[in-house]
Design a protein around this ligand. Structure first.
Ligand SMILES: *[C@@H]1O[C@H](CO)[C@@H](O)[C@H](O)[C@H]1NC(C)=O
Ligand SMILES: *[C@@H]1O[C@H](CO)[C@@H](O)[C@H](O)[C@H]1NC(C)=O
Length: 355
């Protein structure tokens, strides 16, 4: 806290006393500091890929040896799990909430096909849970992962809560929440409106995924790489694609979107600064004509203009135009973009399955 304050004060002092060139230089140095990475905060990963068990789940009650509920299949796995278990889902619509406990590592969820393998529920943050208290955004998730080394392939995660009227409170409705390190989502769909994908904590990889929502539809404090993904906005007024929650300079988190595309309806902010040091980069990404020209919103807190790290790198399409962007976002240089655009961003070479 005091370090942040000191840096801010020194930057402010510099702004008052130096020429524009020096201010620019100080800003670039600041950007470099904020945009740099030191992954020493994460543990060294030790993933396991060879399955020791495959469990079948099917909506067909006559299929011998198969569970009809995903949660029941999860509950059959040792609570402290030490080898990879594949949960194989037959095509079908699974209407249930699912939660994977913290100690149940190495779970793979494999759908028959992404279009026909759907897990859905419709909780919102203001709905009362079993304790009689509101579920909150955290508890609204249709599918919640609390354990490391999770993999999902070809599954649609959905929250079916209807799109809330503008300004309504308590209508956050999460489709998937990932609250653990080293998770990979390959060819998955995430469907919801407000707060679809809670990218909460840890290093995550999303490849060839479709993510749909209206406001803050990818949000949280994860360190995540989204590659070849399709981000689709359904906001009828003002929406926001991301709300990244990095809270201080020492947190190694941020979202990076590479080789992706943004479509739908707008006007859409690329991001809102949920955390003071929010960090988001879009690289080589196509943006349709639905992006608010300002691009980013500081959540009404001017101080965040100095601490967020928001950048684009070689994006294309009518929404990628840099002309109207807020002065505190940047078209990155190759050097600034470098830490964000490869698997190294999430130490992917150390823990991702062979893709
Ligand atoms: C990363 O952080 C560790 C521990 O805080 C420190 O010892 C190391 O020098 C740092 N590395 C870089 C490249 O900043
Ligand atoms: C997803 O399913 C399709 C068939 O629908 C298959 O071709 C593809 O390999 C699967 N993807 C993954 C990552 O398993």
């Amino acid at each position: 806290m005091s370090l942040k304050l000191l840096l801010l004060i020194s930057l402010l002092l510099q702004c008052v006393t130096s020429s524009m060139v020096e201010v620019e230089e100080a800003y670039l140095k600041w950007v470099k500091q904020i945009g740099s990475f030191n992954h020493s905060l994460f543990q060294k990963p030790t993933n396991k890929f060879d399955p020791c068990l495959t469990i079948q789940v099917s909506k067909n009650p006559r299929l011998l040896g198969a569970f009809t509920s995903i949660q029941k299949a999860v509950d059959s796995i040792p609570l402290v799990n030490e080898c990879r278990v594949v949960i194989s889902l037959s095509a079908g619509i699974y209407r249930e909430k699912v939660e994977i406990p913290k100690t149940m590592a190495y779970i793979t969820l494999e759908g028959d096909s992404v279009e026909n393998t759907i897990i859905e529920w419709d909780d919102t943050a203001d709905r009362l849970g079993q304790s009689g208290k509101p579920l909150g955004t955290f508890g609204s998730a249709t599918f919640a992962v609390n354990s490391p080394y999770f993999i999902a392939k070809n599954v649609t995660f959905k929250n079916r809560a209807p799109s809330p009227p503008s300004g309504a409170l308590g209508k956050q409705a999460v489709a998937l929440r990932i609250s653990a390190d080293t998770a990979a989502f390959i060819s998955c769909n995430f469907i919801g409106t407000q707060d679809t994908l809670y990218d909460h904590i840890g290093r995550h990889y999303f490849e060839n995924c479709y993510i749909e929502g209206s406001v803050d539809f990818i949000f949280g404090n994860g360190l995540s790489l989204y590659r070849d993904c399709h981000l689709h906005a359904t906001s009828n007024k003002c929406g926001a694609l991301t709300a990244q929650k990095r809270e201080n300079m020492l947190q190694e988190t941020g979202f990076s979107f590479v080789n992706s595309k943004v479509t739908g309806s707008g006007a859409l902010y690329l991001g809102r600064a949920w955390g003071t040091f929010s960090r988001v980069v879009f690289a080589y990404t196509y943006m349709d004509n639905i992006i608010n020209p300002r691009g980013w919103y500081d959540w009404g807190d001017k101080n965040r203009d100095m601490t967020v790290f928001y950048g684009q790198y070689k994006c294309m399409g009518p929404g990628a135009e840099y002309g109207g962007r807020v002065s505190w976002s940047r078209e990155l240089t190759p050097q600034e973009a470098q830490p964000f655009i490869t698997l190294d961003f999430i130490n992917g070479y150390e823990w991702l399955p062979n893709l």
